[in-house]
Write a protein that binds this ligand. Structure first.
Ligand code: PRP
Ligand code: MN
Ligand code: MG
Length: 182
């Protein structure tokens, strides 16, 4: 097994910058939801790192739940047609819900999810995403808590995968060309 590092062309966001941003977002969320219940909903699998770090950087009680969705379509593009693979365990009606995502790319996954969760009548529904791409900025999706706006490059690490690999990198980076050609 080759070393992970040899597959990385460029580190886009190093670990310390990710963690500093996580602490910043956690403090903001702590303040905004003071005195209120809060349920964090992460979208499997990409959001697991953000969920783990963000929730531990907060200084309050939170509940955690997870959804797994699959968007039809092939390769690196999602189609907007989404199927629920694993639904929430909890009833969110009347609850303050914060969706936790790793990246908003086309925004199709998130716009579907927001509509779906809204029908369950939560008290409030907001989104926290550590990364956002230019295409998503053009959509009308309101991401209240955003980590970094990044260029339109294919990135991996900190939860993001290429063919299910590289999720466990502690930083966000781009892949070397040889990874795609082999
Ligand atoms: C990725 C990413 C987001 C979504 C963003 O998930 O984690 O959930 O795509 O793309 P969009 O804004 O264009 O919809 P993916 O479907 O690859 O599943 P994964 O989280 O299990 O990797
Ligand atoms: Mn995902
Ligand atoms: Mg993926």
């Amino acid at each position: 097994e080759k070393d992970l590092g040899t597959d990385i062309a460029k580190v886009l966001i190093p670990e310390d910058q990710l963690q500093a941003k996580i602490r910043e977002l956690a403090a903001q969320i702590d303040a905004d939801y003071e005195g209120k219940d809060l349920l964090l909903v992460a979208v499997l699998k990409g959001a697991v790192m953000v969920m783990a770090d963000l929730s531990r950087a907060m200084h309050r009680h939170v509940s955690l739940d997870f959804m797994a969705v699959s968007s039809y379509g092939s390769g690196t593009k999602s189609s907007g047609v989404v199927r629920i693979l694993k639904d929430l365990d909890t009833d969110i009606s009347g609850k303050n819900v914060l969706i936790v995502e790793d990246i908003v790319d086309s925004g199709l996954t998130l716009s579907w999810l927001i509509e779906n969760l809204r029908t369950r009548q939560p008290a409030s529904l907001e989104v926290c995403a550590i990364l956002r791409k230019p295409e998503a900025v053009k959509t009308d999706i309101d991401v209240k808590y955003i980590g970094f706006d990044i260029p339109n490059e294919f990135v991996v690490g900190y939860g993001l995968d290429y063919a299910e690999k590289y999720r466990n990198l502690p930083f966000v980076g781009t892949l070397a060309p040889h990874v795609y050609s082999s």
